[in-house]
Design a protein around this ligand. Structure first.
Ligand SMILES: [Zn+2]
Ligand SMILES: [Zn+2]
Length: 453
């Protein structure tokens, strides 16, 4: 590395130290301002004033005010920040857990470890008395919240504050669902973590509904509600599986076509929308506009109710039928044993009509195939084309017409083995000494842990 780049790095580090000093000065003034209630004329709290006056969020300002006051009891921490050696991030963590009795030990640890490691230590820390913990627990319980809103794109935006045990349980479920969905898939082909979790949330919900919750509370299936416009339309309540399978709590929920009857997701659409080259008319999923192709995909494997309406009035409602009758589904499960897409074999599947029933395709073994939701989507979106022959052999093609084989050969490799990676240098590319958390002496880490125990 060139000398001037090293210099550049050092200038950045020096500025960071100056920022630490300036932040300390600001916090000192904030504590004084708050003690003298300089904010009281027009604001509800010092944090609100600080947020307004300095352009930060109220949450950040509240944390500033808290740290500012906490520093009064932690003289060593204050001194370290005042000299520029301790960052605000570390100071903030220190003030959450350190007491005058443990400050010295923790500060030594803070100096020798990363901010992230310090945070880790602090999070597991016992900071409150038994009573204090109970109060904090109650406060957490009171502010639990979970909200869902639909944004302008029709996407569901989820926000919430969950209690630790609920949050942990939710994350375990999401992880388990994500593992099940992407098991065996090579890392390159998998979507990113956030997208995987979003897919997993769908599977968690689907499996939960399939397993049921006992009793029969909840809203009734909503098909038929408010279908308007057009000479003829059909409401497609998306849901399959046997009603008694759903209600039978003792049996494991089936893996395909198992969305619960009672809590349905309802797609309202029109015959023309479902036809391959029809109008992209009405296509709504729980009131949110979705593409005609999404309606077609969901209708592939759904319960449906045909409705006729004239001048906005429903004039007749047909009997509810399933697009995939139980005997066909059983045969499909037997034949396909999971998603048929090459290399997939996910057991969470939907039945796909190779020629859609809306285009006159029949619901038979010869015209249906099990696909996981992701590959079902690929096929509907035209990114993959597929054909099924009389014997139920499926062939998949890329858009360009290339066959997607189920066991493509590996690319040719040269016989040279890859070089082993070079050992890490003692210094980082910016010239700073390499700092590894594991190099913090164990004795120091134990001391820090003991201080908080
Ligand atoms: Zn389909
Ligand atoms: Zn698949």
């Amino acid at each position: 590395m060139s000398d001037d780049l090293f210099e550049l790095g050092e200038r950045i580090a020096a500025l960071a130290a100056r920022i630490n000093i300036a932040t300390f000065d600001m916090l000192t003034l904030v504590a004084d301002f708050d003690r003298r209630e300089g904010w009281a004329d027009h604001f509800a709290s010092c944090a609100e004033w600080l947020a307004w006056r300095t352009g930060r969020t109220v949450a950040a300002a509240r944390e500033n005010v808290r740290v500012a006051h906490a520093l009064a009891d932690l003289p060593l921490t204050a001194e370290a920040m005042k000299s520029g050696q301790l960052s605000y991030t570390k100071v903030r963590t220190m003030t959450r857990v350190a007491t005058p009795g443990t400050e010295a030990t923790l500060l030594k640890y803070a100096h020798s470890t990363s901010a992230a490691r310090l945070e880790w230590l602090a999070r597991g820390w016992k900071t409150l008395s038994r009573d204090g913990e109970l109060t904090a627990e109650e406060a957490r319980h009171r502010c639990r919240t979970f909200s869902v809103a639909i944004d302008a794109d029709g996407m569901y935006v989820v926000r919430g504050r969950l209690e630790p045990e609920v949050g942990a349980m939710l994350m375990r479920a999401i992880e388990a669902a994500s593992d099940a969905l992407y098991r065996g898939e090579d890392a390159e082909a998998r979507p990113r973590g956030r997208q995987r979790r979003a897919d997993a949330a769908g599977l968690v919900a689907e499996r939960a509904l399939a397993a049921g919750f006992g009793g029969d509370g909840g809203r009734a299936a909503g098909e038929g509600a408010g279908v308007g416009g057009g000479a003829a339309g059909s409401g497609h309540g998306v849901g399959g599986g046997e009603g008694d399978e759903v209600r039978n709590g003792g049996r494991a929920a089936p893996l395909s076509g198992s969305r619960a009857e009672r809590y349905q997701v309802v797609v309202h659409t029109e015959a023309a929308t479902l036809a391959e080259r029809g109008e992209t008319g009405r296509s709504e999923l729980d009131g949110v506009r979705v593409s005609a192709e999404t309606s077609r995909r969901m209708a592939c494997d759904a319960a449906r109710v045909a409705m006729c309406h004239r001048d906005g009035e429903v004039v007749s409602v047909g009997r509810r039928t399933r697009t995939i009758p139980p005997h066909i589904r059983r045969a499909l499960e037997e034949r396909d044993r999971g998603c048929r897409y090459p290399g997939c074999a996910s057991r969470f599947t939907e039945a796909h009509h190779v020629k859609h029933w809306a285009d006159g395709g029949e619901t038979s073994l010869a015209n249906t195939i099990l696909l996981c939701r992701r590959h079902h989507r690929l096929v509907h979106e035209g990114k993959t084309r597929m054909a099924l022959d009389r014997d139920g052999k499926a062939a998949f093609f890329t858009r360009a017409g290339q066959v997607i084989g189920s066991a493509p050969p590996l690319p040719e490799q040269s016989r040279k083995l890859p070089q082993p990676p070079a050992p890490p240098p003692d210094r980082l590319s910016n010239g700073a000494p390499r700092f590894v958390d594991t190099e913090v002496p164990l004795s120091l880490e134990l001391e820090a842990l003991e201080a908080v125990a």
